[in-house]
Design a protein. Structure first.
Length: 272
């Protein structure tokens, strides 16, 4: 056998051996991080919240997390459980796999998931995984999110086109669907569906004892602080020719208990 043939055979053997080698495992993405839940009385609304607030009339829980930085990111997995031992959630199972771009038809970004398969009166716990285009998975998120929905209330008035009274006082009325115990937090926003702090017009909090309730707000009197957690804050006056929306969250176990009952989102327009 001549030397050329031997070299060719050796080269073929080397190529075959290289092809047979196990492909190195792809590098998994970094661990995803949830956006922390904003305080119940905060002007901005972030993190896990009832989806009825943002995506009316879609009722469920809205999860939010930070975008992973990897260029080869394939998507995320949302895991859920209803079981907890001494406050520690256990036995998570896959709730939804979310390839990048899979929620575009719902007009949702890759960093949001709305879980509509939830039951009122049950605490749900969530964790997340990020995965690459080659399906290499990260570890679970270090933190978990939790929330329990209660029966929604009903935001009644004001609604539709209204005249701004000369004293700029409006009365907001609602039904809490017989929750009747606990606390409420009512918020008014400029109607562009952006829940940033600067778009919040007013926040009113109080204790509720009745199936229907109301609060009067003087929008000509700017007041950005109040003692404790009960009272009314007005951050900017109402403007004629603008649309606003408002809603009420009921907190039967108190604020920051991750238990809440949202109302629908009600809209009103101030006539010029």
């Amino acid at each position: 056998m001549n030397s050329k043939l031997i070299l060719i055979l050796l080269a073929l053997i080397a190529v075959f051996a290289s092809a047979c080698k196990e492909e190195p495992q792809a590098t998994p993405p970094s661990v995803p991080r949830f956006v922390p839940k904003s305080a119940d009385t905060a002007r901005a609304i972030r993190g896990i919240q009832p989806s009825l607030i943002r995506e009316s009339p879609r009722s469920g829980l809205r999860l939010e997390w930070f975008q992973n930085p990897e260029r080869n990111l394939g998507g995320y997995e949302v895991w859920r459980t209803e079981q907890a031992i001494n406050g520690v959630p256990v036995n998570f199972s896959l709730r939804q796999k979310l390839p990048l771009g899979s929620q575009a038809a719902q007009n949702l970004p890759d960093t949001v998931f709305i879980d509509e398969n939830v039951r009122n009166g049950t605490m749900f716990y969530y964790k997340m995984i990020a995965y690459s285009r080659l399906d290499a998975a990260s570890d679970f998120s270090e933190a978990f999110q939790q929330y329990e929905l209660r029966v929604p209330g009903t935001a009644d008035a004001p609604r539709g086109d209204i005249q701004l009274p000369s004293d700029s006082v409006l009365t907001f009325r609602w039904l809490d669907n017989n929750q009747s115990q606990g606390f409420y937090c009512m918020k008014v926003y400029v109607d562009d569906l952006d829940f940033r702090e600067e778009n919040c017009v007013a926040v009113a909090t109080g204790q509720t004892f009745f199936a229907s309730d109301s609060v009067r707000i003087n929008f000509s009197r700017i007041q950005t602080t109040f003692p404790g957690t009960i009272g009314t804050k007005v951050f900017r006056p109402l403007e004629r020719g603008r649309r606003y929306f408002w809603f009420v969250m009921f907190h039967p176990l108190g604020f920051e208990a991750n238990v809440g009952a949202p109302s629908n989102r009600q809209t009103f327009f101030i006539n010029p």
